[in-house]
Design a protein around this ligand. Structure first.
Ligand code: CP
Ligand code: NVA
Length: 303
């Protein structure tokens, strides 16, 4: 594994290896066992969109691994004034040991990887959010002690989260049921991938998708960059909500996850959110551990 651009590029073994290392690093951090695996290394973090979790977990994670992280807002980089990503990649490769980038176009992340000579980590694009899903899988395995054979249900927009969750969950042996309204289905590339799995289902009815689910997941109706469509989307997504009615058909011990930020009473009710706050904030914490594992595998592959 040279980069983390999208989960489609990873084998099941690579995903499981990251989850195992994430568990180990979490244990070490909780027990005060130092792991300065990336001592003297620097990660550049390019942000073209807002972030709370991704920024803080990468920066803290890099520090805990003995390295340093640089926050690079695209507004302040020359990239914001039109310097090509190809040139930015070649310059930053001379200074840094890795780059995490959050941006709009997936092609920008792929270009960084093509032109740069250091590991590139996708910290969210319009197409996918692989770091989030690695943390999600780590959390699910912590709660359920397995991944293979579980039923995963996603309700809402067929967006970057739906894309990465579909690929990640199928690759680790879970069955996946998505409920998305017409016109808001996942990316065709993801549907093409999922077609080969007979445990994948895309339906319109949230309760049909949620039946007997072990894990329920949702995300905002309007993602970053779609603020102008928020009102239209409120109409299109009405009913695509995790609420008591949906929970009543899931397994009685089902967990509920949300990548956050959450919009209460839109994609999830405040009641269900608070009932599952432990799951959701463990999930947020695991961004730290899962991303540390990704950085170790990419930036110190020999360790
Ligand atoms: N879930 C997630 O990526 O959160 P941020 O947008 O706060 O980084
Ligand atoms: N779909 C959301 C995820 C945020 C972590 C967005 O792209 O804004």
């Amino acid at each position: 594994m040279k980069h983390l651009l999208k989960l489609l590029d990873l084998s099941t073994d690579e995903i499981i290896d990251i989850l195992n290392l994430a568990d180990q690093l979490k244990y070490e951090q909780k027990h005060g066992i130092p792991h300065n695996i990336l001592k003297g290394m620097t990660l550049g973090m390019i942000f073209q969109k807002a972030s709370t979790r991704t920024r803080v977990s990468f920066e803290t994670g890099m520090y805990q691994l003995g390295g340093h992280a640089l926050f690079l807002s695209s507004k302040e980089l020359q990239i914001g004034r039109g310097e090509p990503v190809q040139d930015t990649a070649r310059v930053l490769s001379r200074y840094l040991n890795g780059i995490m980038i959050r941006t709009f176009e997936q092609s920008e992340v792929e270009n960084l990887a093509e032109y740069g000579s250091i590991p590139i980590i996708n910290g969210l694009t319009d197409f996918c959010h692989p770091c989030q899903v690695l943390a999600d899988l780590q959390t699910i395995r912590e709660y359920k002690n397995k991944l293979d054979g579980l039923k995963f249900c996603y309700i809402g927009d067929g967006n970057n989260m739906a894309n990465s969750l579909t690929v990640g969950c199928l690759k680790v042996g879970m069955s996946v049921s998505l409920a998305c309204p017409e016109g808001y289905h996942p990316d065709p590339q993801v549907l093409e991938f999922a077609k080969a799995y007979d445990n994948f289902k895309l339906v319109a009815d949230p309760k049909e998708a949620a039946a007997d689910a072990d894990v329920l997941y949702t995300d905002v109706w309007a993602s970053m960059g779609q603020e102008g469509e928020a009102e239209k989307r409120k109409i299109a997504f009405k009913g695509y909500q995790i609420n008591d009615d949906v929970m009543s058909v899931a397994k009685s011990d089902a967990m509920v996850l949300h990548c956050l930020p959450a919009h209460r009473e839109e994609e999830i009710t405040a009641k269900v959110f608070e009932q599952h706050a432990a799951d959701i904030f463990d999930e947020a914490e695991n961004r730290l551990h899962a991303q540390k594992a990704v950085m170790v595998r990419l930036m110190a592959p020999e360790k």
